[in-house]
Design a protein around this ligand. Structure first.
Ligand code: DX5
Ligand code: ZN
Length: 218
């Protein structure tokens, strides 16, 4: 296994001081950017202008998670804002392969995510079109929810398919990841770990990043 990737979610950061909050996690690998439109999910976060502002204050890759309807209409705004990987939900599009091809054609990594109730089996045949798969271990929409251990079966299925076919796709997990759950996810075969409250809810966010990476490595 490669070194685990830790991606703090700025959804849990103090939005009034985003620059300082990002500077507070120098050992993070990526910055996870949660985009919620109030339609695909009941909550609203922020959009591409804030994403561009985030990109101006960090050199770290931006892992942009679009929890929005009609992602076809918006992906270019997030690519222009500086996304390194654009992740859309398969439930929000009729043509996930075409959208992935478009994202890649713009020189950006493409990812898809699935709600907990969406089976992975329907998408295994199309893995070649993607650089990342984001497994949701909570119902998308809010930070600070409890980890759903049943989603690890999805991770194991993906791990097996990716390894058997020799693909270079990162499996990322999002929701309820913290000190007590990150090891379970790592054992199941996760490469990248999103953590919101388990990083920004701590007095020392960078210390939390280091601790999480250490626990994932074990
Ligand atoms: C949830 C978001 C997550 C969220 C994770 O819909 O996609 O990225 O910020 O928050 P925690 O780590 O607190 O569960
Ligand atoms: Zn997310």
């Amino acid at each position: 296994m490669n070194t685990p990737i830790i991606a703090p979610s700025i959804l849990a950061a103090d939005f009034s001081r985003l620059g300082a909050e990002i500077a507070a996690v120098p050992d993070a690998d990526w910055i996870h950017v949660d985009i919620m439109d109030g339609h695909f999910v009941p909550n609203l976060s922020f959009g591409h202008d804030i994403t561009a502002a985030v990109n101006r204050v960090t050199d770290k890759p931006l892992d942009v998670h679009l929890m929005i309807e009609n992602p076809e209409r918006w992906v270019d705004n997030y690519i222009d804002a500086g996304a390194d990987c654009v992740i859309f939900h398969v439930e929000a599009t009729d043509d996930h392969v075409r959208l992935a091809e478009h994202i890649r054609s713009r020189g950006v990594r493409a990812g898809f995510s699935l709600r907990p109730g969406t089976p992975i089996e329907d998408y295994l045949a199309d893995l070649e079109h993607f650089d990342e798969v984001l497994v949701m271990s909570v119902e998308p929409g809010f930070g600070g929810q409890s980890f759903m251990p049943d989603q690890l079966a999805k991770v194991r299925t993906l791990r097996k398919a990716i390894d058997e076919r020799g693909l270079e796709i990162i499996i990322e997990i999002d929701g309820g990841i913290g000190e007590s759950t990150i090891g379970l996810a790592a054992d199941a075969g996760v490469d990248a770990f999103v953590a919101g409250s388990a990083v920004y809810g701590k007095a020392d966010p960078n210390d939390a990043v280091l601790k999480l990476r250490e626990l994932a490595e074990r």
